[in-house]
Design a binder for this molecule. Structure first.
Ligand SMILES: [Zn+2]
Length: 197
């Protein structure tokens, strides 16, 4: 049996998405073997993230500055808000590099099975941003899953009474597709060919 400190680290690592107990054990062994080149720099890096990263009060992105570098960038178009399920999707769209507006991170999608209702998502905050008046287009860039599309309909309904255009990504996004897994070219096409919701 490994020492309690090692067990504890394996236990914590196994909670990370993509890790299970087995891959956590392998990762911990690797880290212990690479103390100087990986483990120590990793500790410094984790501490820096823990100390400096905060959630943007406007869009829900994570950054070291507040508001985040996207919300604070005066060159970006404040009349367009792209709604995404999580920060991974925001990063995917930024990597594709074609959108120059603002984002809104919902923090998930509605899901009866997982007990995620509208209150668990930042929908009220989105409505408030639209209500403030400068927004002209809301782009619903949500996954092409049943939950993703249910969420898109719900959000569209909440925004119905405002004089804005509501669009969604083109059908280039495969059914069941999570944005984060699309290659940049497909994502760019889907974004450029977006249609009225
Ligand atoms: Zn922001």
């Amino acid at each position: 049996m490994p020492a309690p400190q090692i067990e504890q680290l394996i236990h914590l690592m196994s909670k990370i998405p993509g890790f299970g107990p087995r891959s956590a054990r392998r990762a911990v062994l690797y880290l212990m073997n690479k103390k100087e080149s990986v483990l120590n720099p990793l500790i410094v890096s984790l501490q820096a993230v823990a100390d400096n990263v905060k959630k943007c009060p406007i869009c829900g992105n994570m950054d070291t500055i507040e508001p985040c570098s996207i919300c604070g960038d005066s060159k970006r178009d404040v009349t367009q808000i792209c709604v995404v399920q999580d920060i991974a999707d925001l990063w995917a769209l930024e990597r594709a590099g074609l959108f120059k507006g603002q984002y809104h991170v919902l923090g998930g999608v509605l899901s009866a099975i997982d007990g995620v209702g509208p209150k668990e998502l930042s929908i009220t905050e989105l409505v408030a941003r639209v209500q403030s008046g400068v927004v002209q287009e809301v782009i619903l860039a949500l996954p092409a899953t049943v939950d993703g599309q249910t969420t898109a309909y719900y959000v569209a309904e909440r925004l119905e009474k405002y004089p804005i255009k509501i669009t969604t990504l083109s059908r280039g996004v495969p059914v069941g597709g999570e944005l984060d897994y699309l290659d940049d070219g497909t994502l760019q096409m889907a974004f450029k060919a977006r249609r009225d919701f």
